[in-house]
Design a protein around this ligand. Structure first.
Ligand code: ADP
Length: 460
C-alpha cells in the first residue's frame, strides 16, 4: 500500500479510536452520575416512608413533606415488609423481580440498590430501636427523564463522533496531498527523463523545505549526469565525423574500381561486399551522429514538404545498397487515389534515417526474410506500416523498446545497441508524428509510422 494511504488510514483510525474512548468515558460518567442522583431521590423517598411507618403518629406530616418537597417519580411504588428481630419467617414479595440476596443485603447493610429493565429499586431497612423488630421499605420507580437524557446524549455523542471522524479524514487527506503531491510530481518527472531530455529539470516547489532540498539534490545529480553525457556525446560526434569522410572515400573508390572491372572478374564480388559493408557502417555512424546531436541542432532550412512514397524510394535505395538480398515489398492496395494526400513536412535525411532503422530491424529480426511496406493516407494523416515475419516482441516489452539502450529478451542472437528505435521515435516526434507497435512472438511485427499530412496546408 502507498505510504500516503497507509498514513491516512493509520492517523484517522487512531484518532477515531481515541475519540470513541473519550465518548464512551463521557457517556458512562454522565449516565452514572444521573443514576446516582436518581437512587438518592428514591432513597430519600424510602427514608420518609420508613419514618412514617415507624412513627405512625407523625405519618401524615411525613407524607406531606414527601409530596411537597420530593419530586414525583414515575411509576413509583413502595412495599413494606415487617422484619421481626430474630429475622425468621420473612416472606419476600414474589411480585418483584428481586432475588433474596437483595433483601438480605438491605437488612444487613441498611440499604441495597438494584437496577433492572429500566426500573430502579432501593431497599431500606430501619429498626424501631436497636435490636428490636424492623421494617424493610422497598421502593421502585422509573427514571423517565434520565432515560430520555441518556438517549439524547447517545445521539449527540454519536453524531459528534461521526462529524469529527469526517473532518479528521478530510484534514488528513488534505495535508497528506500537500505533503505527497510534490513527491508524486517528482517521481513522474524523474521517470520521464531519459537520454534525450537530460536537460529537463524539476520545477522548484516551495511548499516544504525538505521537498525543496530533495529537488535541488536531484537537479544537481541531473546536471552532473548531463555534463558527463554531453562529454561522451561530443566524443562520439567527433569520432563519427572523422569516420564519415574515409568511409565515403572507400565507398567511392570501390564503386570506381567496380565500374572498371568486367562483370565476371573475381574481384567484383569483393568490391560489392566492400560497398555494402561501407553503406552499413555509414548508416551506423549516421545513427550515432544524430543521437549525439541535440534537437536544437536540426537545421531549419533542411525541412521540406515531400511525398512520403518518394522518401521511401530513397530509403529503398539506401537499404538495397547495404545488402542486395534485402527484399522490400511495397503493398499499394491502400494507396490513396489522390497522390497529394501523401505529402508530409519533413527533414528528409532524418526521416529516412528513422524509417531505415525500422525497416532494417524488420530484416534483422526475421533473418533477412521479406519486409512489406503499406502506405495509407486518411484523416489528415499519412501512415506507413512496416511488416515482417520475424521473432516478434513479447507484450510486456512492447512499450519498453523505445527506451534508449533497451533490447528485447529474445535478441541474444542478434547484434544491436538498442538505440535505433528510440532515435526513430525521437525523429518522428520532431515531425509531430508517432510510432505504434503490434507484434506476436514467433509470428512477426508490425510497426506503424503515423505522420501529419502536409497536404491540408500546402496544396489546397
Ligand atoms: P537494436 O535492434 O539495436 O537492439 P532498436 O532500438 O532498433 O535496437 O530496437 C530495440 C529492441 O526492439 C530490439 O532489441 C528488439 O528487441 C525490438 N525490436 C525492434 N524491432 C523489432 C522487430 N522488427 N522484430 C522484433 N523485435 C524488434
Amino acid at each position: 500500500m502507498k505510504l500516503q494511504y497507509s498514513l491516512i488510514l493509520i492517523f484517522t483510525g487512531l484518532m477515531a479510536l481515541i475519540l470513541l474512548g473519550i465518548n464512551l468515558v463521557m457517556y458512562s460518567m454522565s449516565s452514572g452520575y444521573r443514576q446516582y442522583n436518581f437512587f438518592l431521590s428514591l432513597e430519600n423517598s424510602s427514608t420518609i416512608v420508613a419514618s412514617a411507618v415507624l412513627q405512625q403518629e407523625k405519618a401524615e406530616d411525613y407524607y406531606a413533606v414527601k409530596n411537597s418537597i420530593l419530586q414525583h417519580l414515575a411509576d413509583e411504588e413502595e412495599y413494606i415488609l415487617r422484619i421481626n428481630k430474630d429475622r425468621s419467617n420473612i416472606e419476600f414479595p414474589a411480585s418483584l423481580p428481586l432475588n433474596e440476596a437483595f433483601y438480605w443485603e438491605a437488612i444487613r447493610n441498611g440499604i441495597a440498590k438494584h437496577y433492572e429493565n429500566g426500573v430502579h429499586y432501593v431497599g431500606l431497612y430501619k429498626e424501631h430501636a436497636a435490636g428490636e423488630d424492623g421494617i424493610l421499605v422497598v421502593s421502585s420507580a422509573r427514571d423517565v427523564d434520565g432515560d430520555a437524557y441518556r438517549k439524547r446524549l447517545k445521539t449527540t455523542l454519536a453524531l459528534a463522533f461521526l462529524a469529527a471522524v469526517f473532518v479528521m479524514t478530510l484534514t488528513t487527506v488534505f495535508f497528506s496531498k500537500r505533503m505527497f503531491g510534490p513527491m508524486v510530481k517528482i517521481i513522474k518527472k524523474v521517470n520521464s527523463i531519459n537520454a534525450f531530455n537530460l536537460n529537463d529539470r524539476l520545477e522548484k516547489e516551495h511548499s516544504l523545505e525538505e521537498i525543496g532540498e530533495l529537488q535541488d539534490t536531484l537537479n544537481g545529480m541531473l546536471q552532473r549526469i548531463e555534463t558527463a553525457f554531453k562529454a561522451q556525446q561530443d566524443y562520439v560526434s567527433n569520432i563519427s565525423h572523422s569516420l564519415r569522410t574515409p568511409l565515403t572515400i572507400i565507398a567511392g573508390e570501390a564503386e570506381i574500381a567496380l565500374s572498371q572491372l568486367e562483370k565476371e572478374h573475381k574481384a567484383t564480388y569483393s568490391l560489392q561486399m566492400i560497398m555494402q559493408e561501407t553503406e552499413k557502417l555509414k548508416h551506423i555512424i549516421n545513427v550515432l551522429l544524430e543521437l549525439a546531436r541535440s534537437e536544437n541542432n536540426t537545421q531549419a532550412n533542411a525541412w521540406r514538404v515531400l511525398r512520403l512514397d518518394e522518401v521511401l524510394e530513397s530509403v529503398k535505395e539506401i537499404i538495397y545498397k547495404m545488402d542486395s538480398r534485402y527484399k522490400l515489398k511495397i503493398d499499394f492496395s491502400n494507396f490513396p487515389e489522390n497522390d497529394s494526400m501523401l505529402y508530409v513536412s519533413c527533414n528528409e535525411h532524418l526521416l529516412s534515417l528513422a524509417i531505415c532503422n525500422i525497416i532494417l530491424n524488420g530484416f534483422k529480426y526475421s533473418d533477412n526474410q521479406d519486409v512489406r511496406l503499406k502506405l495509407h493516407a486518411a484523416d489528415n494523416e499519412v501512415k506507413l506500416q512496416v511488416i515482417d515475419s520475424g521473432i516478434g516482441i513479447a507484450p510486456s516489452e512492447q512499450d519498453k523498446i523505445f527506451n534508449p539502450y533497451y533490447r528485447g529478451s529474445n535478441t541474444f542472437d542478434y547484434e544491436g545497441f538498442g538505440v535505433g528505435l528510440p532515435l526513430a521515435m525521437k525523429i518522428l516526434e520532431m515531425h509531430k508524428g508517432t510510432i505504434r507497435v503490434s507484434s506476436k512472438v514467433g509470428k512477426g511485427t508490425k510497426m506503424e509510422v503515423v505522420l501529419p499530412a502536409a497536404y491540408a496546408q500546402q496544396h489546397v
